[in-house]
Design a protein around this ligand. Structure first.
Ligand SMILES: [Zn+2]
Ligand SMILES: [Zn+2]
Length: 298
């Protein structure tokens, strides 16, 4: 009886998979300000990833770099094995994470195309890649083994409203699959990612001081989402639920919505550019009509 119970609790606890999406775009404000900041962020991410691995032997980690031109896996690297020298007192798995991430990122930055002007990071695409990776690992699980997955996005980029559709697809897919999305914003408040965290019951945190980054990460993002309700964490921010219009990719308060495909536009257009439905030209809006009458009376 007893061994059976022990086995069942073990499978219930299962595997915790953490996928870190790290924005390595050189045109981020904090990186342009001081290139050393990227090193500091990277050190914090490696230490944080190792802390996650340390919690449980079954835990898994993946790190994805997201730049303006490509998305790459920094860890794990199934094909290229990194040469490891034994360091006294350090667990091999930790130095493997550190070496692999640093080597990969080094080669990616060396081979990146030169930037003429600041470019947006491919954040939504990288998150989609993280979802694909999670779903692949799910498919490879042995029967009866449970896996809890989550994605942590670390970025100093501006709002990427041009990727609105991809973001929304990622958020709702994650919600359906029970994957939590956490975001650590390093520069600006990002309302789209805030929406994603809210939809998937993740944490959104804006870090103002880079020096305390690792402490913030360990405090807010290390505990598994199932445990967080027992902890005192920063209160959830008021989420800005604006949508971005499909014509200019800008966040808008009030707009026109296509009744067929729910595309959002900031200006009236007789043909929906997404589904090509043709609409009748609307009559004058009631508020405007009243104003005109008033004008005439005057
Ligand atoms: Zn527009
Ligand atoms: Zn439409």
């Amino acid at each position: 009886m007893e061994p059976e119970q022990a086995a069942s609790t073990e499978t219930e606890s299962g595997i915790d998979l953490l996928v870190i999406v790290l924005d390595t775009n050189p045109s981020q404000h904090i990186v342009r300000q001081n290139p050393q900041n990227l090193t500091q962020i990277l050190e914090a991410v490696i230490a944080f990833g190792n802390a996650h691995l340390m919690q449980k032997a079954q835990n898994k980690l993946a790190v994805i770099s997201c730049a303006h031109h490509a998305t790459n896996f920094l860890y794990p690297q199934p094909r290229r094995q990194v040469e490891l020298r034994q360091i006294d007192g350090q667990y091999e798995a930790f130095s493997l994470v550190e070496k692999t991430v640093k080597q990969q990122l080094g080669s990616i930055l060396m081979n990146a195309p030169r930037l003429g002007s600041p470019c947006e990071s491919l954040l939504a695409g990288s998150m989609a890649m993280a979802l694909c990776y999670i779903s692949r690992l799910h498919g490879m699980l042995a029967a009866g083994v449970k896996m809890h997955s989550r994605i942590l996005v670390l970025t100093g980029s501006n709002e990427c409203s041009s990727q609105y559709m991809t973001f929304m697809n990622v958020f709702f897919t994650a919600q359906k699959l029970g994957i939590t999305i956490d975001t650590c914003a390093l520069d600006k408040t990002l309302s789209l990612l805030q929406q994603g965290c809210d939809i998937t019951t993740g944490q959104f945190l804006k870090v103002t001081q880079l020096d305390g980054l690792l402490q913030y990460l360990l405090w807010v993002f290390l505990p598994a989402p199932q445990m967080r309700h027992k902890l005192v964490l920063p209160p959830p921010p008021k989420v800005d639920y604006r949508a971005s219009c499909f014509c200019h990719r800008e966040l808008i308060d009030i707009g026109y919505v296509c009744s067929v495909c729910l595309s959002v536009f900031c200006k009236y257009s007789p043909i929906c550019t997404t589904c090509h439905t043709i609409f009748k030209t609307p009559g004058p809006l009631p508020v405007k009509g009243k104003k005109k009458k008033k004008d005439k009376q005057m």
